[in-house]
Design a protein around this ligand. Sequence first.
Ligand code: SAH
Ligand code: SF4
Length: 363
Amino acid sequence: MTAPDSKSDKPNLYDMNRDEIATLLKTWGEPVYRARQIVEWMYKHKAASIEDMTTLPKSLRERLAADEQFSSDGQTIKRLFKLPDGQLIESVLMEYDDGRRTACISTQAGCAMGCVFCATGQMGFARNLTSGEIVEQAVQFARELEAQGDRLSNVVLMGMGEPLHNYDHTLHAIRILNDPDGLGIGQRHITMSTVGLVPGIRRFADEGLQAGLAVSLHAATDEERSKLLPINQRYPIADLIEAVKYYIEKTGRRVTFEWALIRGENDTPEQGRQLGMLLRGLLCHVNMIPLNPTGGYDGAPSDPARVAAFQAELEHYRVSSTVRVRRGIDIQAGCGQLKAAVIAKKAVAAEKTARRRGPERAR
Ligand code: SAH
Ligand code: SF4
């Protein structure tokens, strides 16, 4: 069994850039050029274990293996990763017809933001992921893709958790993903999605990166948004839009607004009009997706006629938008639903086992 804190006291190689690995090696009296070799094994060859790094002397491999938790123990249930302390996180690989291969990865186990329709929000917060744990999710997909002669082209931080609530680890992870010695994913091919933590957005704008920003808006008035996203009470829409403008000013990049279409809630022509007025003239795009039903929320997805009328309102204000197709919806929109499903399945299995054994042994 793994002790709950076993992860935290062992460094993870994916947490470190080349210089940091070199520093570690120096303290061991190893030549610094080994750091380059290690990094090449990690990201170029995507070695699955330290043992596979065959150009390193055996003694160094043994030392690294003893000191490192190289990987999330390889237990993957359909992109559900089990971390050594037992936390489950999920990542999704999306393959598009135009050749893009996008990894949707998590930044936290659970989430503290409590958005009412979100499966992760319904679970509550467990812990922040380390930057290594964030990076590894993408490396895992990159490794699988390369084995098929393909490559990972994009990363979106849109899985479980709120990236700006785990700011430092998220930023370090973005830099490693982007590093030519790391996965070498272009900054413009990395997108971070936030529920709208205003100070975090401003700080992110000041990083001098070209990474994409997606903001989960979901409602155009404070009253409606606060009902769906409690964090809106702290950072209301006007402040959020100011921060987004600042991001656009600093990066010159078009910002995406996410909108989960909920029947009768935020898909009315009136909401469409309000959204149009809010966003008109802004360098932005609205990404709509019919709500994914979750266990803890009784809202339903909008029907197509409603969606079309809503989109027409946006067009009127010249706000561009797309409606995402519900393709493989259960895992695509992800966000905690895979983990929720596995837990539910386990609960059912446990119940069946209990029934077989008889009530006296049921727990
Ligand atoms: N915490 C960040 C990133 C993870 S959530 C954020 O909130 O932006 C990724 C996206 O999935 C967000 O836009 C979120 O609002 C959306 N989402 C969560 N639950 C959903 C559901 N049940 N149906 C549709 N979209 C959902
Ligand atoms: Fe957290 Fe994002 Fe889910 Fe809201 S939508 S609870 S911020 S993961």
